[in-house]
Design a protein around this ligand. Structure first.
Ligand code: MEV
Length: 311
């Protein structure tokens, strides 16, 4: 038997613009995770995928349901990478407490846990770069045109500075900082928000390219601040990033309510994370002020509030 995990993630700076070649900074979130368990199965039974949270089971090779397609492709691509022509007799059970469609990388984390567990069970654990490459193929099914930032940060499990087509750079976090992550409770598929931004960019490329460039400038400044341990500088940079995302049309009243509540309670910066339109937001926490911000987010209707440390 093999068991493997993968964390959730948040994009600290740069979502959407990263699809268009600007940089982004993302960090893993260990407080939520996906899990895959691989067990031997009776001879001739094939490879069975069990999505425990969805109550769905799928045998590799049968026509997959929409929900099981990404898992089917992930398992197939992993077997191909390991040089197996036909599926071994295995039962793989997948569970996750990462909320689906809320900007925390649930699809990429489930796929990462599956690749890791399957490769481990077959005696050929894969390095993070290879896991990330396989999961990128899965992300195409979920998102259409993924930048690759989600699979990268989740497979490497460390803060990354990422540019599409150039891959990731590791960078130093000069001083650890803490974030509240609050969920609007609204399901928002990445594919839809990314598709809407693409349509808007096609309709007005000059305006959207300028927004992407402005976000790129924020990301570069944020990396410098994080490396220098200048946490104070991150608040205004989050505010600026959020203003640009708002202008891009990917915020939502529920996100704005949580962002305003966090700021009113003293958070120096807050922004949506991931595709937006719903899902989660983050608020920068200051020592001594955490409890107030968390209480304010809960009072403003957050479905769940997590606290994580970026280090
Ligand atoms: C989704 O987590 C982040 C987006 O930038 C899409 C992508 O990078 O593929 C919205």
């Amino acid at each position: 038997m093999a068991i493997a995990y993968a964390p959730g993630k948040v994009i600290l700076f740069g979502e959407h613009a990263v699809v268009y070649g600007r940089p982004a900074i993302a960090a893993p979130v260990a407080q939520v995770r996906a899990q895959a368990t691989v067990q031997d199965a009776p001879p001739g039974s094939g490879l069975t995928l069990v999505a425990a949270d969805l109550g769905e089971t799928h045998v590799l090779g049968a026509p997959p349901s929409d929900a099981m397609r990404a898992l089917e492709v992930t398992a197939r691509n992993t077997l191909a990478r390991l040089g197996l022509a036909s599926p071994p007799d295995l039962r793989i059970t997948i569970r996750s407490d990462i909320p689906i469609g809320r900007g925390m990388g649930s699809g990429a984390a489930v796929a990462t846990a599956l690749v890791r567990a399957l490769a481990m069970h077959l005696g050929a654990p894969l390095p993070p770069d290879e896991v990330s490459r396989i999961v990128y193929e899965t992300e195409i099914i979920h998102h259409g045109t993924p930048s690759g930032v989600d699979n990268t940060v989740i497979a490497h499990e460390q803060p990354v500075y990422f540019v599409r087509g150039q891959g990731m750079e590791r960078f130093r976090v000069g001083r650890a900082f803490r974030l509240a992550i609050a969920d609007t409770g609204i399901y928002s598929p990445t594919r839809v928000a990314v598709g809407d931004v693409r349509a808007a960019w096609q309709a007005d490329p000059a305006r959207y390219d300028a927004l992407f460039d402005a976000i790129g400038t924020v990301v570069v400044a944020a990396r410098r601040a994080i490396e220098a341990g200048d946490v104070v500088a991150l608040g205004p940079l989050m505010q600026r990033n959020q203003a640009l995302l708002r202008e891009m049309g990917v915020s939502a009243p529920e996100l704005e309510r949580l962002i305003a509540a966090a700021q009113d309670a003293g958070a120096p910066g807050a922004k949506l994370v991931g595709a937006g339109r719903g899902g989660n937001m983050i608020a920068l926490l200051e020592p001594g002020g955490e409890a107030e911000v968390i209480a304010a987010l809960q009072a403003a209707g957050a479905a769940r509030v997590l606290v994580t440390t970026v280090a």
